[in-house]
Design a binder for this molecule. Structure first.
Ligand SMILES: Nc1ncnc2c1ncn2[C@@H]1O[C@H](COP(=O)(O)OP(=O)(O)O)[C@@H](O)[C@H]1O
Ligand SMILES: [Mg+2]
Length: 362
């Protein structure tokens, strides 16, 4: 459904993304995971025809994002990072407007708008002014406008950003239900979100994909440290010293003793040097009571932190000097020199692409 080959995008001298390649199958839910500035939004803007890649190709449903941008936009619903909603419009009025500029046939507009309002839990808000809605409801309106032309592909840029915990759960549930009928790319910098919502993950760091796969594969594929949580009775410092000498144990952390004479410790070890038997034996031989021992495997968090750490510092080193960005006819070049300023808000989800299409055709 989505094929990306070697795309790059520069802002001035800085590569926001560099040589990204990935593909997304129909029905997949892919999470772009990465810290701020990793290149998630830039990648999404290329896929949604906001600007073309400087290098490389991106296709959605077989259509090139630059050459066939109208066809691509028909098939994509986009929730931008800061949904540019019109605060003096009512929810229904705005969604009708969004439906019309997305070429929903006029006799279907009323029905489509009602459907997406139902889907996004907006029925009771239909006559509210958008400016009077809470952040959570505004995010739902953003999702509803992305869905209004019933696109097969959804691109959601940090859909849960800025929401409170209850709203986050609601929006995640909505995304899960949407994933049954749509191919979805969503971005986040929140780890648990990815395991909860996505079938696969691409971890971005400094404009590159540093790992991708299912959350499980990522966890399995990275050589990482395992943890052993222990509860023992007896002196904590004595136990820590004893255990740090056991072969295979990389480090020992002592946790503040919960209560009484029970001490809690955590050991790190490499999976191929499992020290559990030796730990148990050493403790018992030295007169400690072993109350509890449990292992913790590699978490997605471990994988993520490790990847970010290993990718930091070698960024852009040794790379070719940037190739001049070709400002293809009619494409927007202003971002390339805009010095970090985001484009004016209410430009992106609704009026932007249409305005730009006109430019491209002119
Ligand atoms: N309009 C812009 N002008 C200049 N630099 C930008 C602009 N937008 C993003 N950048 C830079 O490009 C990099 C990637 O940004 P972005 O794609 O927004 O990352 P993310 O969405 O992962 O936080 C960052 O270093 C960011 O500062
Ligand atoms: Mg972003």
């Amino acid at each position: 459904m989505i094929e990306v080959e070697g795309i790059s995008k520069r802002y001035g001298d800085l590569y926001a993304i560099r040589d990204l390649s990935f593909s997304v199958e129909k029905g997949d839910v892919v999470g772009f995971l990465g810290p701020n500035g990793a290149g998630k939004t830039t990648t999404m803007r290329i896929l949604t025809c906001f600007f073309p890649p400087a290098e490389g190709k991106a296709r959605v449903a077989g259509y090139d994002v630059f050459d066939d941008s109208l066809e691509v936009r028909r098939r994509i619903g986009y929730l931008p990072e800061n949904p540019p909603l019109y605060s003096d419009m009512t929810v229904r009025g705005y969604l009708r407007f969004a439906a019309k500029i997305r070429d929903v046939p006029s006799r279907q507009v009323t029905k489509r708008v009602s459907e997406v309002m139902g889907r996004c839990g907006l029925e009771k808000m239909d006559e509210r002014l958008i400016g009077h809605l809470s952040k959570g409801y505004r995010q739902r309106v953003g999702l509803a406008q992305a869905l209004v032309h019933d696109p097969p592909v959804l691109i959601l840029d940090e859909p849960t950003r800025g929401l409170d915990p209850a709203q986050i759960i609601e929006v995640r549930e909505l995304m899960r239900s949407l994933s049954q009928e749509h191919t979805i790319i969503l971005s986040t910098h929140i780890l648990p979100e990815v395991s909860q919502v996505c079938k696969s993950v691409a971890i971005l760091s400094n404009g590159r994909i540093v790992a991708s796969g299912t959350p499980e594969n990522l966890q399995a594929g990275v050589e990482a440290v395992c943890h052993l949580d222990l509860q023992i009775s007896g002196s904590m410092s004595g136990a820590a010293e004893l255990l740090s000498k056991v072969s295979g144990v990389l480090s020992v952390r002592t946790d503040p003793a919960p209560e009484g004479a029970v001490a809690a410790l955590t050991l790190d070890y490499l999976p191929e040097e499992d020290p559990r038997q030796e730990v148990a034996r050493a403790l018992v031989n030295a007169g400690f009571g072993l109350l509890e021992m449990s292992t913790r495997g590699v978490s997605l968090e471990d994988v993520y932190l490790r990847l970010l750490k290993s990718s930091a510092g070698r960024e852009w080193a040794g790379g070719e000097p940037p190739i001049e960005e070709s400002l293809q006819s009619g494409s927007t070049g202003e971002e390339a020199v805009s010095g970090g300023e985001e484009l004016p808000e209410a430009d992106e989800a609704v009026s932007g692409p249409v305005a730009r299409e006109a430019e491209v055709k002119a």
